[in-house]
Design a protein around this ligand. Structure first.
Ligand code: ARG
Length: 281
């Protein structure tokens, strides 16, 4: 333990030094902390950089407004509230879901807000805020298969689609022990693949599932199919790079609590659902 700590401190020192050096000639904002408390660093940069995978309506998705496409959704509104509270500008970076945590760890963003579930494995790599939304998983199928899956046992034998790097992937792999599953980068790819007959079912957040059912013809959510998700379900929290972020976590948690206590979070979510009709397909 002690030797490990020494080693870490030595590494930390090297990291601080090299960031200092790189910092001299570089104009890009360093969101990696540079040894400073995360909140201080964000204030110094004058902006909060949030990374997200905009394929998850109503939490994050693309809309076209005046010929331009923008990333919007409930998670983006939460990010706006946080930037306001810190008193800085907000920059949203869209990327593939499985690229988000590596980007966070590489200092390319201050936070990841993307409906991310704080599971034990991720907690070893990054820090999380409190949960701001507790959801659950659902199974989406082609309408013609609507009656086909009434138990997890039947689902286990199906060709299941999940998002690459997601907790749904962990669920089908480790809990369900599915015989045949496929991981794709984005949720729309999964739905399209299923509509094309390459998948029997897609496992995803029930709210996101509902939105997709409204958007695409010929698909539906399987009713009365209870999934055992290893207790994790679809809880959502803000992810932060491990480091000196005590003040930042406190600020995020206070904002989450305020939004929930005032009922404002529900409004944010309802508003995001309304916005979906403008979504870029
Ligand atoms: N909650 C799941 C997870 O953390 C899925 C999140 C997917 N988010 C997204 N924006 N596609 O793995």
């Amino acid at each position: 333990m002690k030797a490990g700590l020494k080693k870490l401190m030595a590494l930390g020192l090297v990291a601080v030094l090299s960031i200092g050096l790189v910092g001299c000639g570089s104009k890009t904002a360093d969101t990696s902390g540079g040894g400073q408390p995360a909140l201080e660093q964000i204030k110094k940069n004058g902006k909060l950089v949030v990374a997200t995978s905009p394929d998850y309506p109503p939490f994050e998705f693309m809309v076209s407004e005046g010929g331009k496409s923008n990333i919007v959704g409930a998670d983006i509104d939460l990010a706006k509230k946080l930037a306001e509270k810190i008193g800085v500008e907000l920059e949203i970076k869209g990327m593939d879901f499985d690229a988000l945590l590596p980007a966070l760890q590489a200092g390319k963003a201050d936070m990841v807000i993307t409906g991310m579930t704080p599971n034990e494995e991720r907690k070893k790599a990054v820090d999380f805020s409190e949960i701001y939304f507790q959801g659950e998983n659902a199974v989406v199928v082609n309408v013609k298969d609507a009656g086909k899956f009434t138990s997890e046992d039947q689902l286990k034998k199906a060709k299941i689609g999940v998002q690459k790097g997601s907790t749904q992937e962990t669920y089908v792999k480790d809990n369900l022990k599915a015989e045949n599953f496929k991981s794709l980068t984005s949720v729309p790819d999964l739905i399209t693949d299923m509509k094309n007959g390459n998948l029997d079912a897609v496992v995803l957040n029930s709210k996101v599932a509902g939105i997709n059912v409204g958007k695409y013809d010929g698909i539906k959510v399987v009713e009365n199919l209870k999934l055992t998700n290893g207790g994790e379900e679809e809880a959502m929290a803000v992810a932060l790079k491990k480091g000196d972020n005590k003040d930042l976590v406190k600020l995020i948690n206070e904002e989450i609590k305020a939004l929930q206590d005032s009922g404002e979070y529900d409004k944010i979510l309802a508003n995001a659902v309304d916005l979906v009709s403008k979504e870029t397909k």
